[in-house]
Write a protein that binds this ligand. Structure first.
Ligand code: SAM
Ligand code: SF4
Length: 445
């Protein structure tokens, strides 16, 4: 194989981001280097997402774009990994004759061997077997080596919740928690290399350790991470309201390094639909959690996910979602129109709501939320906020950027030597997706 350059595209959630980091390391170990242009690569990989139809179509669209490259250069290896690969398996090789490799969510570690085999023998292959628990525990992605001041650390994988709309349990497998000793060791190592902020990730981090009596609870794990010298900030995602214990809520009042932001997907404001979604909590329980969070940490800002147009959602159900959004006042909303996923329980449900009605609900919700978000972020103008500087800003010359405790990007003028430090920044302007500021003398909040 002469062209040891690879091009990698990543779609989807933070689990795929971490898997892609792993792919880069694994390919590096067999002499491949990453390039930014697909036409320079001898190996092209797509790490895909299957959570909604739009994501699937996007991945297929990108794959199609690489076909002319393969036509010009038959030596080129084209591979697809991630959740679409896991779900579709061999079928993909049949559907896309120019695709050489399909690797599933449990088989990322085998990439060097699979790529080498294709390069040496010009075979096509598919590897999507799920692994047993013990093998998976050996294979949790670990990365050290500092190339950023903020890092994702995987604490659990898979999901056992089977929300009726969701494909994740089928493509990521059963839930497993990584031993806390190993997690803490990785975080200490990252801290010693200069990492300042860690985000603990998993599909449902709140259920960390619940299947293992000997393991720490997620709140217990956070307390231990809070004690690691050199780490200044802790975040975690994603949370499930049903597993958000009081002990965990109270961490927002007691752990000084825990950022004052929680992404807590509610999905819908109607109990009838929440039941049909198999979410395991009621609207009232969700609102109780929000109250408690705000009692222990008045400055906390919440963000959420909403699915509009779940099968059977009536105008009255949707109105309940709207009143919930008005009541909670989330700082940010990630909203989706229901997308039936093959193999999930909700895919088989009767769905009489016309697409235009769903779209109209979606637009109405977004318009209302935009006003709420604008008001919340606008309130930061004039305040001095603590910003963890991450590096040079995309805004150009002399600008650096970082994030507030609420995970909002702030651009400001300053020397790049401030990278990795928490500095006070006076906010001067609020845009849709970021803030503008200037370095301040005051200590920020
Ligand atoms: N485990 C996380 C959770 O429970 O929130 C993340 C799951 S998923 C990757 C992210 C979001 O996609 C979900 O919170 C949900 O709002 C949305 N989603 C999942 N399946 C969907 C579907 N079939 N149609 C529309 N949105 C969907
Ligand atoms: Fe999907 Fe529900 Fe699991 Fe989240 S908790 S990954 S929405 S099944």
């Amino acid at each position: 194989m002469n062209n040891k350059a690879f091009y990698l595209e990543t779609f989807g959630c933070q689990m795929n981001v971490v898997d892609s980091e792993r792919i880069v390391d694994l390919l590096d170990s067999i002499g491949y280097r990453r390039v930014e242009q697909p036409d320079q690569a001898g190996l092209i990989l797509l790490n895909t997402c299957a959570v909604r139809d739009k994501a699937v179509r996007k991945a297929y669209g990108h794959l199609g774009r690489f076909k002319p490259l393969k036509d010009r250069n038959p030596e080129l290896i084209l591979g697809m990994g991630g959740c679409i690969a896991q779900q579709e398996g061999k079928q993909l090789l049949e559907e896309f004759p120019y695709l050489d490799l399909v690797f599933g969510t449990h088989n990322v570690h085998r990439l060097p061997e699979l790529v080498q085999n294709i390069a040496d023998n010009r075979v096509r292959c598919e590897e999507t077997a799920f692994l047993d628990r013990d093998t998976r525990l050996q294979l949790f992605p670990t990365r050290t080596g500092q190339d950023a001041y903020t890092r994702f650390v995987t604490v659990m994988q898979g999901c056992d919740n089977f929300c009726s709309y969701c494909v994740v349990p089928y493509v990521r497998g059963r839930e497993i928690s990584r031993p806390s000793g190993e997690i803490l060791e990785e975080i200490r190592e990252l801290a010693s290399q200069g990492v300042r902020e860690v985000t603990l990730i998993g599909q449902n981090v709140n259920s960390y350790g619940l299947n293992d009596k000997a393991e720490l609870s997620f709140a217990g794990l956070l307390q231990q991470v809070n004690a690691v010298d050199g780490i200044d900030r802790i975040r975690f995602t994603t949370s499930h309201p049903k597993d958000l214990s009081d002990e965990l809520v109270d961490c927002f009042g007691t752990l000084e390094k825990l950022c004052k932001h929680l992404h807590l997907p509610v999905q819908c404001g109607s109990d009838r639909i929440l039941r049909a979604m198999n979410r395991g909590y009621t609207r009232e329980r969700y609102l109780e959690i929000v109250d408690r969070l705000r009692r222990v940490c008045p400055e906390i800002r919440l963000t959420t996910d909403i699915i509009v147009g779940f099968p059977g959602e009536s105008d009255a159900d949707f109105a309940e979602t709207m009143t919930l959004l008005e009541k909670v006042r989330f700082a940010e909303l990630y909203s989706f129109i229901f997308s039936p996923r093959k193999g999930t329980a909700a895919a088989g449900l009767e769905d009489e709501t016309p697409a235009e009605v769903k779209q109209a609900r979606f637009d109405r919700m977004l318009a209302m939320q935009q006003d709420i978000s604008r008001e919340i972020w606008q309130a930061d103008v004039g305040a001095v906020l603590k910003v963890l500087v991450e590096g040079a800003s995309r805004m150009g010359e002399g600008q650096i950027f970082g994030r507030t405790t609420w995970n909002r990007i702030v651009n400001f003028t300053g020397p790049s030597e401030l990278s990795g430090r928490i500095v006070p920044v006076r906010i001067t302007k609020s845009y849709r997706n970021s803030l503008l500021g200037e370095l301040s003398e005051n200590v920020g909040r």
